[in-house]
Design a protein around this ligand. Structure first.
Ligand SMILES: Cc1cc2nc3c(=O)[nH]c(=O)nc-3n(C[C@H](O)[C@H](O)[C@H](O)COP(=O)(O)O)c2cc1C
Length: 324
């Protein structure tokens, strides 16, 4: 499947796996790249530059296909010196594709551009997409409110954003939010985008870095079983509506709440540790609304086979409809 995005980054299918903090490490990302997509590892999951370098080397040992590293620029937690140190490691190790997210990439994009690294910037609005293209982004991924991770607070459905971004931007656009199978992949591509971004679907795989208790638990979450926390911090996160989410929502209703007040409840590392130990009530479990359509654990390879098969079957159905 050739699109301007597959040509830009050198992959077989226009399918990017979204970075998932602590969870999409080399095993998952390499499996995605080996299956023909673009696997992504979140650089900020590593505590220092040496650990990041080791993970890049691991990726190179697991796949000879293109892959990406994500740099999260979330304003509350960003330490510019550390970001530049990580950027240098990524460039030195010859990573060819980077995804930035969290805020306007601005100056952070420059070293990548100089080194010839392709930059995909992830946004939740078309306005932010335009700003990132001005900064030099080579491609844009745009996610709707359905998405796992941080889908913004505007509450706009993906297909509205995808079509609008594809119409208005002159760089390749990837559609994200709720894409979990061939049908939704086809639906997204029909809006004019050049590829898709998928996160939640890859959580229900053996390759994801998590516990079996977590894998099984997310299969029971219905499409209406998620909620946005952290809206008070202007950093909304879509999570399963469990006990920890309820605790966060209650705390957020207190007056003059600050990041420091909420930090113990929303700490990514604390949630990750709770998930790994099977204490699921104590974890903010980020999942998109597409979770309601996922009912089994599958390997990354099986997911790709289903994605392509489902895409083709949907196309056949659409072609039949035009003839009836
Ligand atoms: C568990 C989880 C963790 C995530 N962590 C990050 C992250 O660290 N950085 C980032 O830019 N996006 C993160 N995301 C967002 C994904 O990269 C992607 O944008 C999103 O999952 C796409 O929507 P979908 O989940 O509906 O497929 C995360 C998503 C999930 C589900």
């Amino acid at each position: 499947m050739k699109t301007t995005f597959t040509e830009l980054v050198g992959i077989k299918y226009p399918i990017m796996q979204g970075a998932m903090q602590y969870m999409s490490l080399a095993e998952l990302a390499a499996a995605v790249s080996n299956a023909g997509g673009l696997g992504t590892v979140p650089a900020m999951a590593f505590k220092d530059a040496d650990e990041l370098r080791a993970e890049i080397k691991k990726m190179k040992s697991l796949t000879d296909k293109p892959f990406a590293f994500n740099i999260s620029l979330v304003p509350e937690v960003i330490i510019p010196d550390k970001i530049y140190e990580y950027i240098n490691v990524i460039i030195e190790e010859g990573v060819k594709v980077v995804e930035t997210s969290g805020q306007r990439p601005g100056e952070f994009i420059k070293p990548f551009k100089e080194a010839g690294v392709k930059v995909i910037h992830k946004v939740t609005t078309v306005r932010h997409a335009r700003a990132a293209v001005e900064d030099g982004a080579d491609a844009i991924s745009i996610i709707g409110t359905e998405a796992g991770g941080h889908p913004g607070s505007a509450g706009v459905a993906g297909h509205i954003l995808w079509a609008k971004a594809a119409e208005e931007l002159d760089v390749p656009v990837l559609a994200g939010g709720g894409i979990v199978d061939g049908k939704s992949f086809y639906m997204a591509m029909s809006t004019g985008v050049e590829g898709v971004l998928m996160g939640t679907r890859f959580l229900a795989t053996p390759e994801v870095n998590t516990s079996d208790a977590y894998r099984q638990a997310i299969l029971t979450v219905p499409e209406y079983g998620t909620v946005l926390t952290m809206e008070s911090l202007n950093n909304a996160m879509r999570v399963a509506r469990n006990k920890q989410a309820e605790r966060v929502l209650v705390k957020e209703k207190e007056e003059n709440i600050t990041f420091a007040d909420l930090a113990p409840l929303v700490s990514g590392i604390a949630s990750y540790e709770a998930m790994m130990e099977g204490r699921l009530d104590d974890a903010q479990m980020s999942v998109g609304q597409g979770i309601g359509r996922i009912n089994k654990i599958q390997t990354v390879e099986e997911i790709f086979t289903d994605l392509i098969d489902g895409f083709n079957k949907t196309h056949d159905r659409m072609t039949r409809l035009t003839k009836e």
